[in-house]
Design a protein around this ligand. Structure first.
Ligand SMILES: O=C(O)CCC(=O)C(=O)O
Ligand SMILES: [Fe+2]
Length: 293
């Protein structure tokens, strides 16, 4: 197994590793260590069953369980689909379809977000539907002093309603609608706007522009002003790695220190990604501990 930098401090490719085989403790330790230095890890040319994808993902923390309908995949309950494919009745087989998925960090609207994500490309259109990742350690380190001072020690209110109907509206527009009961189970939560990596001490912004509605303790006007001022800094090309997918790619990323976005693609093309979501241990990763708003 070899780890090759794709982009300094952001993305690396792991080569000579077969995820369907048993992986030695030593290699798992190296992967965990590499994930600290590179919040995006790419492992190409994999051919994985859903059980193998699940088994690999569990090396990094307990997996989130996905609530599925009878029509969705019947495999392990830890695997969900990100896809524009539909079943014979025209029902979506998964989520996020083919539209643009705007910059966001997964699960910021949750009290205890599961911040590790593993996406396995089963079927992808060539050179389309690329996914980009933005490094929020670098965004924090390069933030102008006045904005740093305005953000430091502050908390933000995150709303699922905002994400679904404003920030990521395009991505969600073709998904099955959320029921009012599920909406009630996702009340607004508060998270700090910066997180500290417990191993390196490095600070990352935690600033999800798609889901943030308010900065705690500021007037509506001042809140919006601060969100608008920081927004461009978390979406700067300088800190971005863009992944062009090939079938068999596995990309794992740490949502505690990244934003990501996906480009839209032609709805006539097929894209099927299988996904696991990991509760990354807060002793090793930037993990927000929220409270209700
Ligand atoms: O479709 C993609 O490439 C990424 C979608 C996404 O935002 C996710 O799986 O969290
Ligand atoms: Fe996402």
């Amino acid at each position: 197994m070899e780890i090759r930098s794709l982009q300094e401090s952001l993305a690396a490719e792991v080569v000579d590793l077969s995820l369907w085989q048993d992986i030695s403790e030593a290699d798992i330790a190296r992967l965990r260590e590499a994930w600290q230095r590179f919040p995006v890890l790419v492992i190409r040319r994999q051919a994985l069953s859903e059980g193998e994808l699940t088994r690999f993902s569990k090396h990094f923390g307990p997996l989130a369980i996905v609530i599925k309908t009878a029509l969705q995949n019947t495999g392990p309950s830890e695997v969900s689909y990100v896809t524009n494919l539909r079943d014979g009745l025209g029902e979506p087989l998964g989520g996020l379809s083919y539209g643009e998925v705007a910059w966001h960090t997964d699960q910021a609207y949750r009290l205890n977000p599961a911040t590790g994500a593993v996406l396995y490309a089963a079927e992808v259109p060539e050179n389309a539907g690329r996914t980009s990742f933005n490094n929020l350690y670098l965004a924090w380190e390069n933030l102008p002093g006045n904005l740093k001072a305005a953000v430091e020690g502050r908390e933000g209110v995150y709303s699922y309603h905002q994400r679904m109907y404003v920030g990521m509206k395009e991505a969600f527009s073709r998904d099955k609608p959320f029921t009012p009961e599920l909406m009630k189970q996702t009340p607004d939560v508060v998270h700090p706007l910066t997180l500290k990596n417990p191993l390196t001490g490095r600070t990352s912004l935690y600033f999800d522009v798609s889901t943030l509605t308010h900065i705690v303790g500021l007037s509506d006007e001042d809140s919006q002003e601060l969100i608008d001022a920081v927004g461009p800094h978390v979406q700067r090309d300088a800190y971005v790695y863009t992944h062009t997918w090939q079938p068999g790619d596995v990309v794992m990323w740490d949502n505690g220190c990244l934003l990501h976005r996906r480009e839209p693609f032609d709805p006539r093309l097929m894209r099927l990604m299988k996904r696991t979501t990991i509760h990354l241990p807060p002793e090793r990763h930037c993990v927000p501990a929220g409270r209700l708003a």
